[in-house]
Write a protein that binds this ligand. Structure first.
Ligand SMILES: Nc1ncnc2c1ncn2[C@@H]1O[C@H](COP(=O)(O)OP(=O)(O)O)[C@@H](O)[C@H]1O
Ligand SMILES: [Mg+2]
Length: 396
């Protein structure tokens, strides 16, 4: 091929200064590669979603986005609690520094056409014109941009619940990357990644995997039937979307990503992420700072209590709040835990409760909590073994 091209170019009499070099359009820019790696650490089991985000970012980094279209328009389909919203928040966290650096529009709140004025403001002369600050203003859109990342994330959650007026507004934005507010000012969305989410098709998908909505434990799909199941899931979601959304809308979407329902091994990894988030909450809070260590059985219990495949990781998060965060809050509020302590979390006698044992340590003067965490982790296994003996004795 190169030879043919060379001869074509030669006929143009271009003065070449080097031999032909085959280029690699698959290669990622270093910034984009870093972004993709970080995102795949935060988002479990949804490689397609991670990939579609990093593809968009590569277009942005290359400056190849069209100016009369949004930077990207993605439709995320899939069951509740599978990471649709989280993917956008995580991308914002990596690129803009904060998970909530996302302009979020919960379409369920704008089901009636008159509520649209909350988004675009009222025209001059209308009652409340001065009081309403439109949500979709340029100021709100640009608010989270940083010096080197001039892009924004806009999330339209649960679009199947949008009113007709909201649909019209959305179609306009997708088509021309611009929106006219009540006071005739234009908002420019050409540097925005617009993500729309919907649970459409979730019921059909769960039927394909689990054989019905009333399940509470997973049917373990074998690896041989996994690809076929995933393909069927994809088609079920796409069919549901095509039935509900107009071709006009579907044609304006750059990419549809179908999120897969999460399995137990995904939730196990999400549990580790969420436990780290609990530690981060404690470490970065203004209150008592201490370290948490978990026994394997404590983690197993949190996972077991958090497994309900209808709600994906949402149910797992509820389990963590209920069995871990609430009791921990009580321990902090009653000053049973002091700054610098190490709190070991274990289970006792097969019960549905966690037990908490603390050891005081001078972690704060020994350095930061992070620096001390390695040493504490080494000690934790012995302490948990001892603690389990104590708990077992209590049971007997
Ligand atoms: N694939 C995932 N990877 C990591 N965390 C996840 C994933 N899916 C869900 N979660 C966790 O569960 C929470 C709820 O998920 P969310 O993204 O809001 O679900 P939905 O798909 O309904 O938008 C998230 O905030 C996140 O903590
Ligand atoms: Mg969501």
């Amino acid at each position: 091929m190169i030879a043919t091209l060379d001869s074509q170019f030669n006929t143009l009499q271009v003065p070449f200064t080097s031999p032909a070099v085959l280029l690699d359009p698959e290669r990622k820019n270093l910034r984009v590669e870093h972004f993709e790696q970080m995102l795949s650490k935060l988002i479990v089991g949804q490689e397609r979603a991670v990939r579609s985000m990093s593809d968009l970012y590569q277009v942005f980094v290359a400056g190849m986005n069209q100016l009369d279209r949004p930077l990207g328009t993605l439709l995320f389909l899939g069951p509740t609690g599978s990471g649709k919203t989280r993917t956008v928040e995580a991308a914002a966290k990596i690129l803009l520094g904060e998970s909530n650096a996302v302009l979020k529009i919960d379409c369920a709140e704008f089901q009636h056409s008159h509520e649209i004025s909350k988004l675009i403001g009222s025209p001059p002369g209308y009652l409340g014109h001065r009081e309403t600050h439109p949500l979709l203003s340029q100021e709100n859109l640009d608010r989270y941009q940083t010096e080197d990342t001039k892009l924004s994330f806009v999330l339209f959650d649960e679009i199947e619940k949008a009113s007709d007026a909201l649909w019209q507004l959305l179609l306009g934005i997708l088509d021309k990357a611009t929106l006219m507010l009540g006071d005739n000012q234009h908002v420019d969305f050409s540097r925005s990644v617009i993500v729309m989410t919907s649970n459409l098709g979730a019921r059909e998908m769960s039927e394909l995997i689990f054989g019905g909505i009333g399940f509470t434990s997973a049917h373990v799909a074998t690896h041989t039937d996994l690809t076929e199941v995933e393909q069927n899931i994809y088609h079920a979601a796409m069919d549901a979307a095509r039935r509900k959304f107009s071709p006009e809308f579907m044609n304006r979407i750059d990419k549809v990503v179908v999120f897969r329902p999460l399995k137990e091994y995904h939730l196990q990894r999400i549990l580790d992420l969420e436990l780290k988030a609990v530690q981060d909450r404690i470490t970065s809070s203004a209150g008592t700072k201490f370290l948490l260590r978990y026994s394997d059985t404590a983690k197993q219990m949190l996972l077991r209590e958090g497994l309900d495949f209808r709600y994906g990781a949402r149910h797992l998060k509820r389990s963590i709040e209920r069995f871990l965060v609430y009791p921990l809050s009580n321990l902090i509020a009653t000053e049973q835990v002091q700054a610098g302590d190490v709190v070991y979390v274990d289970t006792a006698c097969e019960s549905r409760k966690l037990v908490f044992v603390k050891r005081s340590a001078d972690l704060l003067s020994a350095g930061t909590l992070e620096q001390s965490s390695a040493r504490a982790a080494l000690r934790s296994k012995r302490a948990i073994d001892r603690m389990t003996v104590v708990a077992d004795k209590k049971c007997a």
